[in-house]
Design a protein around this ligand. Structure first.
Ligand SMILES: N[C@@H](CCC(=O)N[C@@H](CS)C(=O)NCC(=O)O)C(=O)O
Length: 305
């Protein structure tokens, strides 16, 4: 069954997924989705989740790169992105990179690149966070205030890579490389006006070149209608075994899942699988029929409705 990635070019989390596909040497189908809501070619598949990217395999929909990478690893274990001896380090670094490091980075980059970003982006992102639309001046000031937090944390990355290691978590490639890389990639994805921030980071620049060399795999573009038709013509795959925590809702109950940070559009469905890392909802949509939507546990709020 084909891998379909719903993504767009300047999305840094999409670049994380594209690099994982490249690292594993995979061929995939790409649907270019709009960078702002509404996303009528995507939300019938996800049940409301609007963030980018989303991986589709037939009638199975994988939300969030944390799960997309786990699922790619499950289907294509070699070469691994999850070396066993580096699991704890890799998870901790990735979690830090995508919360503490990326937030100031995104404010710094957005406010420094207002002239090259789509005009409606700031308004959309504010709505996505439940905030009022900021003026350009407010966005620029936020960028200025965020720059020191970016520099200070870039230094940590440089220090980490200065001890002779080839990869962020140690001597093996891991998800930490992709998580740290995409935040730095975002800094120069649209213009190189912030590339001076890397001037003193020689180890970081060399490591970035090694990650970039993974490439993005082999892409064939398809339309969102083709992806919807594929879902409609497919049935969800067999479920993975469940292994819940005592606190989890019962299998078979109706639950609502939403991100615990931003883009908190709820997705509702029947809980059909849950384990220590992931969960699956079964949904029915008039345009795509029966579909299973998969989420990682980390970063999502799960409750019974
Ligand atoms: N935790 C999510 C974060 C994804 C995310 O924030 N993606 C950005 C784009 S890089 C986004 O969704 N922006 C709003 C949008 O594309 O609609 C993941 O790992 O996939």
């Amino acid at each position: 069954m084909d891998l379909i990635l719903h993504h767009y070019g300047f999305s840094n989390y999409s670049e994380k997924a594209r690099l994982a596909l490249g690292y594993k040497g995979l061929a995939w189908l790409g649907v270019t989705i709009p960078p702002v809501a509404p996303k009528p070619g995507l939300t019938p598949l996800t049940g409301g989740y609007r963030r980018t990217p989303v991986l589709q395999v037939g009638a199975d929909i994988y939300c969030d790169t944390r799960l997309i990478l786990m699922e790619l690893e499950r289907r294509f274990p070699a070469p691994t992105l999850y070396p066993e001896d580096l699991t704890a380090e890799a998870n901790m670094i990735a979690h830090w990179a995508e919360s503490q490091f990326f937030r100031p980075m995104s404010l710094y980059v957005s406010g420094s690149n207002l002239d090259v970003l789509p005009r409606d982006l700031q308004a959309d992102r504010s709505r996505m966070r439940g905030l009022p639309e900021p003026s350009d001046e407010t966005v620029r000031r936020a960028a200025q205030r965020s720059a020191p937090a970016v520099r200070l944390q870039m230094r940590w990355i440089e220090q980490l890579l200065s001890d002779g290691r080839s990869w962020v978590a140690g001597m093996k490639v891991s998800i930490a490389d992709l998580a740290v890389y995409h935040a730095l990639w975002f800094m120069t994805a649209r213009t190189d006006r912030l590339s001076f921030e890397l001037d003193d980071c020689v180890h970081t620049r060399e490591w970035m070149a090694r990650v970039a060399a993974f490439g993005n795999g082999t892409i064939t573009e398809i339309t969102s209608q083709e992806a919807l038709d594929t879902a409609d013509a497919s049935l969800p795959a067999d479920l993975l075994p469940s292994d819940p925590f005592a606190e989890d809702p019962a299998i078979g109950s109706c639950i609502r899942v939403r991100a615990d940070d931003y883009g908190r559009d709820p997705v509702e469905g029947k809980l059909v699988q849950i384990d220590r890392k992931r969960l699956t909802l079964l949904r029915e949509d008039p345009s795509v029929g029966m579909i299973t939507v998969h989420f990682p546990r980390l970063g999502y709020d799960i409750r019974e409705v």
